[in-house]
Ligand binder design. Structure first.
Ligand code: ZN
Length: 269
């Protein structure tokens, strides 16, 4: 005779589930690094507990779930469902994060500017001084200073494309190159790059490749700025490295330096 058990009464407060290794790996990205979104773990949606949920935009991230009924129910609740295997999360967390970012609406993925730190003005003043070296060489005055996490200068660069016959010789590029040579590493994690003018597409790309942690710029560049003025290479990242950024530090002085330079050039000698 078969033993028929009565259904167990529902546990009013089930013990909190231990997160899997893949969930632990993904969690810091979801919680902090995907800007504009706040994810929660183990939230109930209808009869289901989902791995990660974001309420605005309505996104659920599930790891190793292959239950069709569950998926249909969650989609019926208006959620976009993104499913991943834990092997994929463990093997390539950054890749999984960029797939999540690609699904987010642009407004959700757009970073807000970070905070201005007390030392930012001092370093921007230094970058302005470096920019004057470019002006002295007859180049558009843009200066860059790379500072490490101890507040030490790693490298400086100023605009020299005309002098070096090199379209890539922007202040930022020269500072990153010089820092890479000095440290024997192209990766410059933990550094802050101060630059007097909003970086262009090329420099924004290099800043991401170099894993610069923080970018501070002075004047905006409404013609070619690629942080968030014309392009938003850094403000709306689709790549896995997202530098923090702040714009407009000593903006007036930085713009003035450029204006003076061009005014002088237009004045007949
Ligand atoms: Zn540039």
């Amino acid at each position: 005779m078969e033993d028929v058990k009565p259904p167990a009464p529902p546990d009013p407060l089930p013990p909190r589930r231990r997160p899997t290794e893949a969930e632990l790996r993904l969690w810091p990205y979801l919680r902090r690094k995907i800007p504009g979104c706040r994810f929660r773990r183990d939230e109930a949606v209808g009869p289901y507990i989902v791995d990660f949920i974001c309420l605005a935009p309505k996104i659920i991230i599930e790891i190793d779930s292959a239950d069709i009924d569950r998926e249909q129910c969650l989609r019926a609740e208006g959620f976009q469902l993104l499913s991943f295997n834990s092997e994929d999360v463990l093997a390539d967390t950054a890749g999984v994060v960029s797939r999540i970012l690609a699904e987010l609406p642009d407004s959700a993925a757009s970073t807000r500017q970070g905070a201005v730190l007390p030392e930012d003005e001092r370093w921007m003043r230094h970058a302005l001084m470096v920019a004057r070296r470019a002006a002295d060489a007859g180049e558009v005055p843009v200066g860059a200073v790379l500072v490490d996490r101890n507040g030490e200068i790693v490298a400086e660069g100023w605009n020299l494309p005309i002098s070096l016959h090199d379209a890539s010789a922007h202040a930022e590029m020269l500072a990153l190159r010089s820092a890479g040579q000095k440290l024997g590493n192209y990766r410059l994690a933990g550094t802050t790059l101060y630059v007097t003018l909003e970086p262009c597409v090329m420099c924004a790309g290099a800043i991401i490749h170099a894993r610069v942690s923080r970018l501070v710029f002075g004047a905006r560049d409404p013609k070619a700025g690629a942080v968030d003025s014309v392009y938003d290479v850094i403000a709306r990242p689709r790549l896995n490295h997202q530098p923090e950024w702040v714009g407009g530090v000593l903006e007036g002085e930085a713009a003035e330096l450029l204006r003076d330079f061009f005014r002088e050039r237009r004045t007949p000698r």
